[in-house]
Design a protein around this ligand. Structure first.
Ligand SMILES: [Cu+2]
Length: 253
């Protein structure tokens, strides 16, 4: 994935490898039609959560409300870190990966829902406006070291409006609203393979149907202060067909 530059590893990076699955024992299946390894685990925040600034609502308060929740760091029980994109960094996939069914981005009470999502390239993202005011959703490439090129830029003045926006290129996309809603932001990570997941409320993720082998897994979390291309770390994991490899990691933000 040349569009996403892997940051160098240093001792300062939080890099933990807590699980290495057991080697295959006596499996003699002669043939298989697709990979059947699984990588699963939980991502937790290492150390204290960074302070995140309030995001004041400065216009359209009758629709948008008084306060916008700052979703840039979402921490649950026992440090469970939500909205971490976990993916196989060295993944290779022959052909075009299947599109994600039902992928959507909702503009609701002047928030983007979901705040972070990951999709395969070619997926048509259904962008909706559920507010009675104008939103202008503007996606920019947000890859490290690259200029912020526009991916899409769509004015949506009507409540109930729905537009399909194709995700044509792998990489990271940052969303903003150009209709003056400066607090609105969200992220879309587009992959040319299906080996990724986004952590849930419990910090948990599952990546299914992974080819066997020793893989490099990369974590990405959005920048807590909203600036720059985000926080990354990597780990290694061994995947065996038909087995579940455990990968529990901590990430410092
Ligand atoms: Cu808006």
């Amino acid at each position: 994935m040349p569009a996403v530059r892997l940051l160098g590893i240093s001792s300062a990076l939080p890099l933990l490898l807590l699980s290495w699955s057991a080697a295959r024992a006596g499996e003699t299946r002669a043939s298989r039609t697709r990979a059947s390894g699984t990588i699963e685990g939980t991502i937790r925040l290492e150390g204290a959560a960074p302070a995140v600034a309030a995001r004041p609502i400065t216009r359209d308060a009758s629709v948008c409300g008084k306060d916008a929740p700052n979703e840039s760091v979402v921490v649950g029980k026992a440090g469970a870190l939500r909205n971490v994109v976990v993916f196989v960094e060295d993944a290779r996939f022959a052909g075009t990966p299947p599109p994600v069914a039902g992928a959507s981005l909702d503009q609701r009470q002047c928030r983007y829902v979901p705040h972070v999502q990951a999709l395969t390239v070619g997926t048509p993202l259904s962008v909706m406006n559920n507010d009675t005011i104008l939103h202008n959703v503007h996606g920019n490439e947000a890859n490290a070291g690259a200029p912020p090129l526009t991916v899409f830029n769509v004015a949506m003045p009507i409540k109930g409006q729905k537009l399909p926006v194709p995700m044509r290129k792998p990489g990271l996309v940052k969303l903003q609203c150009d209709a003056g809603h400066t607090w609105m932001n969200a992220w879309i990570y587009v992959f040319d393979h299906p080996y990724y997941a986004v952590t849930d409320d419990s910090g948990a993720f599952v990546i299914a149907d992974v080819p066997p082998g020793e893989h490099v897994v990369e974590l990405w979390h959005e920048p807590p202060d909203g600036q720059g291309p985000g926080v990354r770390a990597i780990a290694k994991v061994k995947v065996v067909d038909g087995k579940r490899a455990r990968l529990d990691l901590t990430l410092h933000l």
